[in-house]
Design a protein around this ligand. Structure first.
Ligand SMILES: [Fe+2]
Length: 238
């Protein structure tokens, strides 16, 4: 499966590190999906589906970057683009996946980048959507905190907007629209933790968040946010 994915990504410029980063992110999200699907006791079928979805969740990123030279979803929603390429343009057929899973895979991919997951009545879709969102966030935090990719996210000496601090204090995720300063961009990462569904995923996420905190240029300003996150972790029994 990975070789077919690599064949697709070879159509894009892998010498550009931003393309390479998304390729590596896809592979890591696949293995994190397998790891946590096992930890959570998913069935064999669900572990397989979690891996497939992990690998393909950002399928739209490559075409998005080619068209817009940017990963901003303001230009085009990368989840919708990925779903279109896979299921309307039929790239999915190359992957030898049973057709009965197509609609489920499509739904989980479409659920992965919306701000809040709605109530999903289908248990399988709900379980796989929650897992993908959790491991995607673990790996985003790993890229930021450990690999130090996207180093412009380490902030500057600007203030963190009061409204953002309040959201994080109240255990609320922050929407991108509320960001005003450079440090707001860094601060919203401390809201991600409230969107981690499975308790089992919290520790690894928080380890990378702590590494990220240590990379921040003006980290004193962020200490209060880290403290709110620690309080939250305790309340969830971690
Ligand atoms: Fe994504």
């Amino acid at each position: 499966m990975v070789d077919i994915f690599k064949e697709y990504v070879d159509n894009f410029n892998l010498d550009d590190e931003r393309i390479l980063q998304k390729y590596n992110h896809s592979l890591r999200v696949m293995s994190l999906s397998e790891k946590y699907a096992n930890i959570l006791g998913f069935s064999k079928e669900d572990i397989y589906l979690a891996k497939v979805i992990g690998l393909l969740h950002d399928f739209g990123r490559f075409e998005q970057f080619k068209r817009y030279d940017s990963y901003s979803d303001i230009n085009i929603d990368h989840a919708k683009l990925g779903a279109k390429l896979l299921f309307k343009d039929n790239y999915i057929e190359k992957f030898n996946i049973d057709k009965k899973y197509y609609s489920l895979i499509e739904k989980v991919i479409l659920n992965h980048n919306i701000l809040e997951l709605p109530n999903i009545t289908d248990e399988k879709e709900s379980r796989l959507s929650k897992l993908l969102r959790d491991v995607d966030k673990i790996d985003i935090m790993y890229s930021l905190g450990v690999l130090n990719e996207l180093s412009f996210f380490t902030g500057d000496n600007s203030n963190i907007s009061e409204v953002i601090i309040n959201h994080i204090k109240n255990y609320e995720r922050v929407g991108k629209k509320e960001m005003k300063t450079t440090n707001d961009h860094a601060a919203i990462k401390f809201g991600f933790i409230y969107d981690i569904n499975y308790k089992e995923c919290l520790k690894e996420f928080f380890d990378y968040l702590t590494s990220y905190y240590n990379l921040l240029k003006d980290k004193e300003k962020f200490k209060i946010l880290l403290d709110y996150n620690m309080k939250y972790m305790k309340e969830r029994g971690i």
